[in-house]
Design a protein around this ligand. Structure first.
Ligand code: SF4
Length: 344
């Protein structure tokens, strides 16, 4: 079922300008935008991926990654086709770099209310996460599902590249409670060369979310030789501390070769060095995609007590009280926490 898109204007009788994201596509009759899933049909822009879910799993919320948003819980995670960036190192390229009709596979259609009903009926599930591909390109479905989900008390999260314009993002703040935004590098050249996009709109998105009451975490995939320069990384950490605050959670993720970029995996030492540097600026830094020892644990920013021990996606809230505060010094750390759940 195709659904008329939001945020577009007509350039003339037939051509369309999509205003959803900074790609700012001008779409010819019967053509698609850069994301491949927003289609101009006779002068009307349609969201072709609306409700056409390509992937669905009940994932640990740590896998998103979200470490400070209901740690230890599970969330129904869904994705569709399409993305508005084209990263040569994409870890989800079979989904992100195709349109809905590219391979002719059967797909299940879900109306927003169907997905919310399924999420409600799924045991041990706290809500719905929009992830896997770039959820922005299926904006209308995500917004409608998120509004429905919040109305019945489910939680919502968006895992995104942050490539979205301010006005559409504004309507998501609230219906979507938690965001993990990729900050792929602190370099316009990196975004241009390896992602076919721009850095500045991503920074703007991060600031806009941080200024709202929504929960925000950031992720940087560290790729050897491309974005592991320590001087550039220090700028990234300083920017986060200055613009969104020292309590902003930063995940540093290990790169493995895939899609079009075939470099060696990031050396563990590189990640440990970057972790140490980031900790000079930020309270909560985590390493992912490698055995991280206590580099995946949560510590109290005030007294340095260990609050949460992590073994991959399993958590042990060793130093947290029932309100998500440090047992030792009572500093509030995890605002979103369901202490009554069994985390074993
Ligand atoms: S959402 Fe898709 S069609 Fe719209 S501007 Fe972005 S890439 Fe282009």
């Amino acid at each position: 079922m195709m659904h008329e898109a939001l945020f577009y204007s007509k350039l003339d009788d037939q051509e369309i300008n999509c205003h959803l994201c900074p790609a700012d596509c001008q779409i010819e009759p019967e053509g698609a935008g850069d994301c491949r899933v927003r289609i101009n049909r006779h002068g009307v822009l349609f969201s072709e991926a609306y409700g056409r879910l390509e992937a669905m799993n009940l994932d640990p919320i740590e896998k998103k990654p979200l470490y400070h948003f209901y740690p230890g819980e599970k969330i129904l995670s869904v994705g569709t086709a399409g993305c508005n960036l084209h990263c040569s190192f994409c870890q989800n390229h079979p989904l992100s770099q195709c349109g809905v009709t590219d391979d002719g596979k059967d797909r299940h259609f879900f109306a927003p209310e169907d997905l919310v009903e399924l999420a409600k009926q799924t045991a041990h599930n706290i809500g719905v996460a929009f992830t896997y591909n770039e959820p922005t390109v299926n904006y209308e479905f995500m917004l409608s599902t998120a509004v429905n989900a919040r109305a019945v008390g489910l939680h919502t999260a968006m895992i995104s590249n942050g490539y979205i314009n301010s006005e559409p993002l504004n309507s998501l703040l609230g219906p979507i409670e938690a965001f993990n935004i990729d900050l792929k590098a602190f370099s316009s050249k990196f975004y241009r060369t390896y992602c076919k996009g721009k850095l500045d709109p991503v920074l703007k998105t991060i600031k806009q979310i941080a200024a709202s009451s929504c929960h925000l975490e950031l992720t940087s995939l560290i790729i050897p030789g491309l974005n592991d320069d320590l001087a550039e990384f220090e700028q990234l950490c300083r920017w986060i501390a200055d613009e969104t605050g020292r309590s902003t959670v930063l995940h540093l993720s290990r790169y493995f070769p895939g899609y079009r970029l075939k470099l060696d995996p990031t050396p563990a030492d590189t990640l440990f060095r970057m972790y140490d540097l980031a900790k000079n600026f930020l309270h909560h830094v985590y390493l992912g995609n490698l055995f991280a020892g206590d580099h995946g644990d949560t510590f109290c920013p005030h007294c340095n007590a260990k609050l949460i021990e992590r073994d991959r996606y399993r958590i042990l809230p060793v130093g947290l009280d029932a309100r998500g505060a440090c047992k030792r010094c009572k500093t509030a750390v995890i605002k979103h926490y369901l202490h009554e759940y069994d985390h074993s």
